[in-house]
Design a protein around this ligand. Sequence first.
Ligand SMILES: [Zn+2]
Ligand SMILES: [Zn+2]
Length: 358
Amino acid sequence: MAPTHVLRCCQRGLAWIPVIFIALVVCWSYYAYVVELCIFTIPSIGEQIVYLIFFHLSFVMFVWSYWKTIFTKPANPSKEFCLPKAEKERYEKEERPESQQEILWRAASSLPLYTRTGAGAIRYCDRCQVIKPDRCHHCSACDMCVLKMDHHCPWVNNCVGFSNYKFFILFLAYSLVYCLFIAATVLQYFIKFWTNELTDTPAKFHVLFLFFVAAMFCISILSLFSYHLWLVGKNRSTIEAFRAPVFRTGSDKNGFSLGFRKNIAQVFGDQKKYWLLPVFTSQGDGLTFPTRLVNTDVEQATVTLAADITVSPLSESQNRLLSNEQHANNVGDHLANNTLKSGESQQGCYCYTDRVSC
Ligand SMILES: [Zn+2]
Ligand SMILES: [Zn+2]
């Protein structure tokens, strides 16, 4: 076996250590809560039953969302983002960056791309040999391009991106609920053990640690969860929060923001009954995303600004829809008219790759 292959296998094995650590802590917390607290410490049967029902509800939702975050494969760019064989050979032989860009521009002409590199070039991954779709980034840990990559999370040993971002948010939410529930219900017994109101038993050790561990996790998860809720509201990934995506007109941190309600729907879907379940309901295909076509900040726009809104020159977009100039003009008229008529400039108008909605 080649040394690099062995090293790679070792790295993959070591990467599971944080997940195993969390799994062990969760298993211990289950034992400590159910056996040591509910069965050995709490005297009231009624209290035991109520605690156990709510504990198991939060436990199941937490484990379910954690499982889905870990084992949902990151989504990769589809075949149409790979260069055709002949073009790829030409690209590899070509040494001049300008000529390589020419090849990429030609290949990208039929693709729905809005974002560019900081220098205005087509985003290409040399490692995966693929034109990167909007919001897609290469993860060096997973060694692949990941659609709408948010970050690589060691605690789930997986990339958090388009395919599992909703699961990740729910994992944070349910782990917070799980820890809060434990901390809140354990508190009175924690105090009783601490003040010697309850006699010393092995349960004392578990109950004391249960409270400390739950409180510690609560604090750390709360900050991360709040940050990701803020990102969902803005329709930004963690990567985009640090480095704004670059569009034809320049970088725009709100380039994918559609207004608060639509931003939420992008991740959680438009059917509220599925929002709290770790089942995939995110909108779109991860390859293309609605972008703002108006040169205003949708979050600051007012009705009075509507008359000044200029529609981006759609014909320059490399979008399948937008290659049809007549259609693009209609889209422009449609956008301008609707913005002026409806007075919904706060929501703005957005173009999906194959449809326009206001
Ligand atoms: Zn890549
Ligand atoms: Zn990754």
